[in-house]
Design a protein around this ligand. Structure first.
Ligand code: FAD
Length: 486
């Protein structure tokens, strides 16, 4: 115990409950100064994209309000984290800065810089877990290597983990004698203005810890027992939609694991659905472990042979995909849902990613960058690992030759076309059997039913069967080593 102040440096852990770093700051016994530093230079090209900036604004506002209720204040600074933290530590006479660990390569470098800068003034940086269920150093294969295959990773994690009760949020934060200087959120201009493209985000989301807990409650109260079937349906709300809350650390995976375990114990009928849900949560864990052990994951193919893949460069094709104007209704619906709400259903993410990579032969890094800018749940590990998974170039990836046929997704995942109708209203009037294949509609049949193919909906930009052959040929050439597409 000491009287010196302790700084809690909030990073991607924008919550008060189950925050081990915050609890550690309180245990030090002196005043606690909460700080968030917007250090865009450190993050480089992985600084928050547009949609994440929108979320970050609201999440920081919610965190600041929560901290004020406890008698504290959230100090905001923009600049190099090392310099800002050192200056605040000097001003409030803190001897320690505590934070939650992050696993992105840039964030690890940033921690190093903060540690070195504080050490110059005989101050210390202490890091705590909280982003993951298990630290990346704590799980390894029998030969001591990091896991590269999901199923054994899941087995190892789920048989080792003993769910601990999450830490409670503090009741009070002891104040320093004098508050350091703070910037204001409005000065940071994280929200879009001209134009305000985020109007569709507001009705969908409640950023902040309270919103995260409400989502978890709603998901568990609705009965997650049939999650295994419902999770594949973009036309219904069958998943938790916790991803943006997890991406900003507004809820900890440990709290989710704990709550799910309690429901499983008290309600065995929901067991199999909830186990599937935990398996999905562990995909997030797997991605972070991969990123930690293989830091080039966001930039370069995990399987090096894919570096020679004969990708196509086409700005106009990329743009048509980004805008949801490919002429493939399920792809366009997904891309429009993403643009309007900052989120897209996982099944549709796979469809649009496969379309970009395998039908258009555009490098997965282009899709990764677009998602980074437009997703409210953009997460470096999940995004990179998932794009590489679809491309077939990742660890434990889908085989490259698995090319998703956009029109055949219908029966399984959007049987009544409700998802397409919602996001591509031009097609809303088409009958169920044509909604996913408008280009195949016979004009005469439509005309006699008083319908027409909307003029403002594009024809399919590629022939899927031909595109598939071309992708498979490119893949074959890659395997045989000549890299040429016939
Ligand atoms: P639920 O089904 O309720 O799952 C609960 C949680 O488990 C999610 O919130 C998420 O944290 C985790 N999870 C679920 N599925 C996956 C998965 N396949 N991989 C990793 N974690 C998973 N997820 C992101 O959080 N950020 C991204 O940037 C991201 N980019 C993606 C890019 C592509 C091309 C694809 C195919 C998937 C991507 N995902 C990403 C994974 C997945 O689509 C989302 O996590 C999921 O759709 C979030 O919805 P939910 O919270 O309702 O999920």
């Amino acid at each position: 115990m000491s009287d010196a102040a302790t700084i809690i440096w909030f990073r991607s852990d924008l919550r008060l409950a189950d925050n081990a770093a915050l609890s550690a700051a309180l245990r030090c016994g002196g005043p606690v100064v909460a700080v968030f530093v917007l250090d865009e230079k450190a993050a480089g090209r992985w600084a928050p994209g547009g949609a994440s900036r929108w979320w970050l604004h609201h999440s920081l506002a919610a965190l600041a309000a929560g901290i004020e209720k406890l008698g504290g204040r959230l100090i905001l600074r923009r600049g190099a984290a090392a310099d800002e933290l050192a200056e605040i530590a000097e001003a409030v006479e803190a001897d320690t800065v505590v934070c939650s660990r992050r696993y992105e390569p840039w964030a690890i470098r940033q921690e190093g810089a903060v540690r070195a800068r504080l050490a110059r003034d005989q101050r210390e940086l202490k890091r705590y877990p909280g982003w993951l269920l298990m630290e990346p150093e704590s799980l390894a294969t029998k030969s001591g290597d990091p896991y590269k295959v999901y199923t054994p990773f899941w087995r190892a994690l789920s048989s080792t983990i003993s769910p601990e009760r999450p830490l409670a949020a503090p009741k009070e934060l002891p104040r320093p004698a004098k508050w350091p200087r703070s910037e204001t959120l409005a000065d940071w201009k994280l929200l879009p203005t001209k134009p305000n493209w985020a109007t569709g985000f507001e009705p969908e989301w409640q950023p902040g810890e309270a919103g995260a807990l409400a989502r978890l409650d709603a998901f568990l109260d609705a009965g997650a027992g049939d999650y295994a079937e419902r999770r594949n349906r973009p036309d219904i709300e069958g998943t938790s939609r916790l991803s943006p809350h997890l991406a900003h650390g507004e809820i900890s995976p440990r709290l989710i694991w704990w709550r799910v375990t309690c429901v499983r114990e008290s309600n065995p009928g929901q067991d199999s659905g909830l186990e599937t849900f935990l398996r999905e949560l562990v995909w997030r864990e797997f991605s972070s472990h991969l990123l930690f052990h293989f830091p080039t994951l966001p930039d370069a193919p995990f399987r090096p042979e894919f570096a020679a893949f004969p990708w196509r460069k086409s700005a106009s094709m990329l743009k048509a995909w980004q805008r949801g104007r490919t002429g493939f209704p399920i792809v366009d619906a997904g891309m429009r849902e993403l643009w309007s709400t900052g989120w897209m259903h996982n099944r549709v993410r796979m469809v649009v990613a496969s379309f970009l990579i395998k039908d258009l032969l555009i490098p997965w890094q282009e899709g990764e960058a677009w998602f980074w800018d437009t997703l409210v749940d953009a997460d470096l590990a999940n995004n990179a690992a998932s794009w590489q998974w679809v491309a077939g170039s990742g660890a434990d990836a889908a085989p490259y030759f698995r090319v998703i046929k956009p029109t055949s997704q219908r029966e399984k995942f959007d049987p009544d076309g409700a998802y397409v109708r919602r996001w591509v209203p031009q097609l809303a009037k088409l009958p169920d059997d044509l909604i996913h294949r408008p280009a195949e509609a016979e004009p005469m049949t439509l005309r006699s039913a008083g319908l027409s193919i909307p003029r403002d909906y594009p024809a399919p930009m590629v022939d899927h069967a031909e595109a598939r052959e071309c992708a498979l040929a490119a893949f074959k050439a890659l395997k045989s080593g000549d890299g040429k597409v016939s």
